[in-house]
Structure formats: C-alpha cells, structure tokens
Design a protein around this ligand. Sequence first.
Ligand code: PLP
Length: 389
Amino acid sequence: MLSTGSVIDLEERYESGVYPKRPLALVRGEGARVWDADGREYIDCIGGHGVANVGHSHPTVVEAMAEQARRLMICPNGFYNEQRARLLAELVRIAPSGLERAFLCNSGAEAVEAALKIARLVTGRSKVIAAMRGFHGRTFGALSATWRREYRGPFAPLVPGFEFVPYNRLEAMERTLDKETAAVILEVVQGEGGVIPGDGGYLRGVQAMCRERGALFIVDEVQTGFGRTGRMFASEHHGLQPDLMCVAKGIAGGLPMGAVLIGTRIGPLPKRVHGSTFGGNPVSCAAALATIHVLEAEELPKRAVERGEQLLQGLLAIPSSKVREVRGMGLMVGMELKEKAAPYLAALAERGILALSAGAAVLRFLPPLVIGPADVDTVVEQVAAVLEG
Ligand SMILES: *Cc1c(COP(=O)(O)O)cnc(C)c1O
C-alpha cells in the first residue's frame, strides 16, 4: 500500500489541479465514519458532499451493486433492462405527485442540463431565471444558471438567456418572469450558496407564477434529495409540485448517478432529442434501488429530522461571539461565522471531524443520515472547542 505522502505526491503531480485539497488520504468508510491512510478515524460531516446519505459502503447497496456487476454492467438505452425499469417506477413512486417519468444520467450537472434542454424544447421559449447565490453545477448550461462569479468568470460567453433574481423575493420574480421565460430553476435550500432555506410561501408563489405565465418550474434537489432535509425530497416540506425535478448526489449510495423527474405538463419527450451512454446503467440502477430501499427501511428521513434538530440546537447553544447565524433543514446545517471558515475546518479535522464550507464564512454539515446521537454530540463539542481556541 502507498504511504500517505506518496498518494499526495502522485495526485499533486498528475491531477488536473482544479481541486483545493486537504492533506488526508481516505481509504475506508463505514456508516458516518471514515478512516485515513494512517489509520485515523473521523466523524464524516462531509459525506462525499452530501452523497453518502445511507452511510458509507452500506452492505445492502454493496451487495446489490456487486451482484449486478457480475450479471451485466452496461445496457444501452436502446434496450430494456429490469433494473432500469424497476428504478424508474420507484423514482416516480417516491417523487412528489405530478412527476410521472424520468430521464437517467450520471451527475447533478447532467440532470440540470437535461432539465434546461427539456424546458426550452417543450416551451419553445429560451429565457431561464435562476437565483442569486444558487448553484447548479459546472457544465456550460448548469454553470449559466450558477451565480458565483469565480465559477463563471473565466468561461464567458456562457449560454445566453439566463437572468438572476434575489432568492426568497417574490416581487423580483414577478418583474422578471415573462412570456419569453422557459423556466425558473431554484434550490429548495441553497446549498453551496451558504445553506439558505427557501421560504415556503416564496417557492409556492414562484410555482403558481410559472403555471400562470406558461413557464416550467425546475426544482434542483441534487443536494436536498433522498432524505437529507428530513423528507424524501425537500419539495414535500412546502407541498411543491415541480414540472422538472433534478436529483443526483445521494441517489445511488455513492455511485455516480443523476436523474430528472418529468411532470405531467410535459409528458413523453420526442425520440432522440437527448441521451446519455452511461445514463441508467444497470449497476447504478441496482445501487439506487438498494439505496431507496435502505432510506425507507431504516427510516432515514425521520432520523435526519431528529439528528438534524440535535445538531442545530447544539450549534445554536454554543456561546461564541464568532457566530453570526446557525440555520438549516434536517441534516443540512450551516453555521455562518463572522470570519473565514477554512481555519476552523482544518482545526476540526485535527480533532477528528470532517466538515465542509459553503462560501467563505459558513461551516456546512452534511453527515450521512445514519449518524448516531453520540457522534452528533461529539461534533457539537468539537465545534465549540475550536471556536473557543
Ligand atoms: C452538487 C450540486 C450540483 C452539481 O452536481 P454534480 O454531480 O457535481 O455535477 C447541482 N446542483 C446542486 C444543488 C448541487 O448541490
């Protein structure tokens, strides 16, 4: 086995360079814990950026993947396949009502790309409205709907026709949504933008305005989906019925996969207008079926509510003048500081807790939904300790 130093040297030498890295090499995960190459154990509040909702290497998911991998690893979309058929039916069963078909792909950005293309295709309109501080991915279409200047700047010109409005402000949407608008795309809780929960009245208002003016309502549940916020999909908290719902991250227990759920106002799409080689491959489908089974059998959305409340209340009770605000929904929790988050993330890692940032000043916690109450207590204690230190 390679030493930590050699792994770091190789990645530093041969990886493209786009990722800022922490000096840890992870080798193993189980539940809400991960281990580095030197055998150190961590409570993982990153969860692969909100992917490992059912816990790392869940045995049910591993078994389903392994069995399907031995049987058939790729089945082109020009043929039918049992795993795909069953997953499509399951996705429609668990999705908010009114979503009745799905397009399968391989990532969040691809799900957003597909939704944007579908919106232009079926409305015959081109304008897309997205929110300030929103994040939808890094490919050209998804990036065009993404707010942050650092991500967009070097790649101009992006796809034309995108406009940004402030999040949670219905008047701004009222002024911008017009007869040229193909779609509005929003997150239910803005993730990368700083863990900012959407207001239910706002989200329902935008949905109604879309219906009234002939635009489609795209909800990006890539980060909020599959139990993260305490319901299977965050849309359920607000009774939303999006026309298109993008999902990915937690869908397949750790394997790359994405999907767009397609609403009744859209119906079946014309043949050949979009496609994906790997989308809906049998191994990812088997993993996703097992993941959905585990989410339900272990009541993980309910556990996200309980552990999320424990984490939120624990963080709120930390008496530190460095904290501006603590907010979140289920196990998607952000603690906004009055200073940069990075040094605190490094200090937490030293103490065996891995957490994320969301923008410069927000500590973000996206642990596997299987995290136990004792681990949540430890996280809160260690956050208190580093803020004091
Ligand atoms: C992570 C994320 C994406 C992009 O997903 P990738 O799989 O990295 O392409 C899109 N939307 C939201 C809300 C996300 O959190």
